[in-house]
Ligand binder design. Structure first.
Ligand SMILES: NC(=O)c1ccc[n+]([C@@H]2O[C@H](COP(=O)([O-])OP(=O)(O)OC[C@H]3O[C@@H](n4cnc5c(N)ncnc54)[C@H](O)[C@@H]3O)[C@@H](O)[C@H]2O)c1
Ligand SMILES: Nc1nc(=O)c(N)c(NC[C@H](O)[C@H](O)[C@H](O)COP(=O)(O)O)[nH]1
Length: 226
């Protein structure tokens, strides 16, 4: 019914995804970027929130020529399907995701998005509507599963990841903890949003693996489903 969802991110040793200015910073190193590239190449699709697109303008393409080749030789596109969760269709038409490299793009919007902007973005991406004011992630993920997406990697940011946890849609959660302190009470963390209040609401995890990577630690968690 839903794709298998792996959340992957890099955070500082004090649990921040970026600075209070919300701009991309280097937290992990070369080995981690290579690992992320492999994970990206293994998944059918990769998804980010509009906050990440506006802050970092990522392309989300597979970087390694061998990994691109491997995907092509198994009959897939060079890049996974790139997805932006964007309730109000705020994605700039110039966004890197829409232009860099070949492959499908999907923008998830809500019913509150401006129809004119939807038409413009429709030149670059497939538009999927789910939810009234905000993208309803359970409806959207069910729709992309029907479109054939079985595995989905999520790269952030903290607001989108929070909602995925809240909606019980995450299967695995990978964090690379880098050897830096960023600080700042308002700096993004892996799960922002409103947060759970009661202990019985918490998402429960079990460790799948832990290893040293670059000068930090890679922790892989599996979500314990009720
Ligand atoms: N270190 C890392 O691995 C990493 C990875 C990605 C992003 N980041 C950082 O994260 C920050 C961006 O995170 P963010 O939290 O501002 O933005 P985000 O990328 O999580 O996007 C959030 C936006 O998505 C939209 N949205 C639509 N439906 C939603 C839903 N159901 N739930 C939640 N959001 C929904 C809303 O407009 C919301 O504001 C940036 O600073 C970026 O550099 C870091
Ligand atoms: N692994 C990792 N270590 C970091 O220190 C860091 N800041 C990120 N952040 C996620 C980052 O935004 C994406 O992995 C790519 O950088 C996307 O951008 P491109 O495809 O290269 O355009 N990721």
């Amino acid at each position: 019914m839903f794709p298998y969802v792996t959340v992957n991110l890099a955070m500082s040793a004090d649990g921040k995804l970026s600075t209070i200015e919300r701009k991309q910073v280097k937290i992990s190193g070369q080995d981690d970027f290579r690992r992320v590239d492999i994970l990206k190449a293994e998944n059918d699709a990769i998804m980010v929130g509009i906050g990440t697109v506006l802050a970092d303008d990522p392309s989300l393409t597979v970087k390694s020529p061998e990994l691109k080749e491997k995907r092509l030789s198994s009959g897939r596109d060079e890049n996974p399907v790139r997805i932006i969760v964007d309730s109000k269709a705020r994605t700039p038409c110039s966004a890197e995701i829409l232009h860099k490299g070949p492959g499908r793009r999907i923008i998830a919007v809500s019913k509150s998005a401006d129809p004119k902007k939807i038409d413009e973005l429709g030149k670059y991406a497939e538009i999927v509507q789910a939810g009234d004011e905000r993208v309803d992630l359970r409806i959207f993920l069910a729709k992309i599963a029907e479109m054939g997406i079985e595995t989905l990697m999520v790269e952030g940011g903290g607001s989108l990841i929070w909602s995925l946890f809240e909606d019980d849609l995450v299967d695995e959660y990978y964090t690379c903890i880098g050897n830096v302190i960023i600080g700042g009470a308002s700096a993004p963390t892996p799960a922002d949003g409103t947060g759970f209040i009661r202990e019985n609401e918490f998402t429960k995890l079990e460790i799948a693996s832990m290893e040293k990577i670059d000068s930090g630690v890679l922790l892989k968690w599996k979500i314990i489903k009720n």
